[in-house]
Design a binder for this molecule. Sequence first.
Ligand SMILES: Cc1cc2nc3c(=O)[nH]c(=O)nc-3n(C[C@H](O)[C@H](O)[C@H](O)COP(=O)(O)OP(=O)(O)OC[C@H]3O[C@@H](n4cnc5c(N)ncnc54)[C@H](O)[C@@H]3O)c2cc1C
Length: 384
Amino acid sequence: MTTRVPSHVWDVVIVGLGPAGRALAHRSTALGLSVASVDPLPRRPWKATYAAWEDELPDWLPRRTIASSVARPTAWTTRRHTIDRTYCVLDTSALRSLLMKDSGTVVSGRAVNLSPTCVRLADGSILNARAVVDARGTGDSHGLAQQTAYGIVVQPDVAAQALCGENAVFMDWRRDNGTLPSAPPSFLYGVPLGPDAYLLEETCLVGRPPIPIPELTSRLLRRLRERRVIVPPHSDVERVRFAVEPPHSPGSSRASDPLRFGARAGLMHPGTGFSVATSLRYADVLAHQLRDGRSDGLWPWRARTVAALRSLGLRVLLNLDAEQVPEFFEHFFDLPIRLQAAYLSDRANPRGTAAAMRRMFSASSNEIRGVILSSALRPRNSMN
Ligand SMILES: Cc1cc2nc3c(=O)[nH]c(=O)nc-3n(C[C@H](O)[C@H](O)[C@H](O)COP(=O)(O)OP(=O)(O)OC[C@H]3O[C@@H](n4cnc5c(N)ncnc54)[C@H](O)[C@@H]3O)c2cc1C
């Protein structure tokens, strides 16, 4: 690592070393590109629990980056569902170490100005490149829909009691968290972090504004009390707050903008807050594009159509009444697994995404259909 900026024209300069920036640096270097990356805190460890569906992960990712995996996790809506996919929690420190290896030059600094070929840092130094990639995450989240969560790490026997014997619970919308049916809903997420630990997390999927973390804390403790779980003192905790939408519309850019990647580019699914697996997968697409000097291959019409459909899905989630949410997810988990996967994981499959949404619409009550129709008719800027 260096903090002095060598004078050089790099093939690519990447701004931001979260999972997306690191994946792109690693894959671009593997293709023989000269890469410099910049981040204010490049040594910062990744503390968040990153998870993904196993079938979303790219083939080049070694198994050792997976901390745990669960076949057929459960979801609870108005009833119990099993999801016929394998869910993985990533070993974030193994993932980070892998991506840091052979990933070019790392510069410690804060970018203050980005153009398609030049980055200026706060200390005045300049990085020149054939292509600059902005991977600064979702950035300032003011006014954007956000996800919040509060979780504790417990031992497997404690988790078994909390999860009623299930191996992993992707979403549990039951109201035994002390809230009235009319209160904004949150769900319990429970996944193994490895053989000796589980994460139990009360999650606000998306809100504008989201449920505050102190409220999620008391809901989690209430839920665990109801399930006769004794919370061990001094458990590790995880606090989550991030925007699920990018600051710019996905796929839109002006000639004066650098390329964008990761959550910054709209690779995050706005209905789940997941982006890590997508960034790992699409790092290769962008690296090849950079090597071959092609134009932006991340946003073919298919991806732009899916982004528009997902944005409608986000508006529906934000507009549903609290009491409609469990029914809405009941219809989602009743979808055939190929349509669930198309909606959650395939950003280039407008046909599958639209088919999932159509089926959801047909299965929904008239009240939920009304919300879907009014969300479709309401332009993006008047969502608040
Ligand atoms: C606790 C928690 C749990 C989560 N769980 C999951 C999960 O299970 N699965 C999932 O897919 N997602 C999860 N997420 C969301 C996840 O964090 C994002 O999907 C992911 O981090 C986005 O990656 P990114 O690299 O695009 O952006 P970021 O991770 O936000 O990285 C952006 C980087 O840019 C740097 N940066 C910012 N400004 C500048 C600047 N001016 N100059 C230089 N560098 C700059 C930042 O320091 C940062 O390192 C979780 C988030 C949290 C907080």
